[in-house]
Design a binder for this molecule. Sequence first.
Ligand SMILES: Nc1ncnc2c1ncn2[C@@H]1O[C@H](COP(=O)(O)OP(=O)(O)OP(=O)(O)O)[C@@H](O)[C@H]1O
Ligand SMILES: [Mg+2]
Length: 236
Amino acid sequence: MTRLQINNLFKQFVLHNKGDIIVEGFDNISFEVKEKEFISLEGPSGSGKSSVLKCIYGTYKTTDGKILYFKKDGSVTDIAAASESEILNLRKHEIGYVSQFLKILPRITAHEFVAEPLVEKGDFKQSALIRAAELLEYFGIKEKLFNLSPLTFSGGEQQRVNIAHGIIAPKNLLLLDEPTSALDSENSEKVLNKLTEIKNSGTSIIGIFHNKKIMQKISDKIYNLEDNAYAVSNQK
Ligand SMILES: Nc1ncnc2c1ncn2[C@@H]1O[C@H](COP(=O)(O)OP(=O)(O)OP(=O)(O)O)[C@@H](O)[C@H]1O
Ligand SMILES: [Mg+2]
């Protein structure tokens, strides 16, 4: 079953405060993601990988094209034309996003930050905190750090906290922008195992990986943004 279908997507940025300079984000992107499928986006720096994820998550408006999201109940939303409230609703229940860098307010602890998506979804705070602790422990964050702000953590610790926050509430589509870029091989392995588990439970995943080996190992398909086509030789 198709989860997401992107048709001829096009994005340009018009920089109004710079004399309306136009910067091309990406052009003519078309791919689809099925239920339980892992697709990676590849292309050189600046080819628009992160921007595609931000358009799917509704952070960026698209210039042209469609982003069709198919819910399990059979209803379809074109994210490119969706209202703000439809997008917020999709984020709450359907689509998760792990940004490349942690963005967080200074006084929130790692433990609260990771538990937050479950609380937002309506779980009891106490059970959300228990689940968050399990996940932090799985990702090797020392218990001593749980009640501190992740802003003082190392790059790799921040990234693991960010991933834990992004995956704690089960979603049907998960967007990952270089989730393992700051991790050593042991922690990368843990993250990849967790992602495989999430995928096998039914989630569709779109990822960006700077490490080609990791990308090839985890992806069912790879879409190349320069060629506007699937990278056939990398297909499993
Ligand atoms: N908010 C923005 N305002 C203006 N231009 C932007 C914005 N976001 C992205 N761009 C431009 O869009 C293009 C694609 O950027 P994007 O970050 O999507 O590339 P990328 O493929 O993720 O690169 P990298 O591998 O370096 O992360 C770049 O030329 C960038 O300057
Ligand atoms: Mg990027």
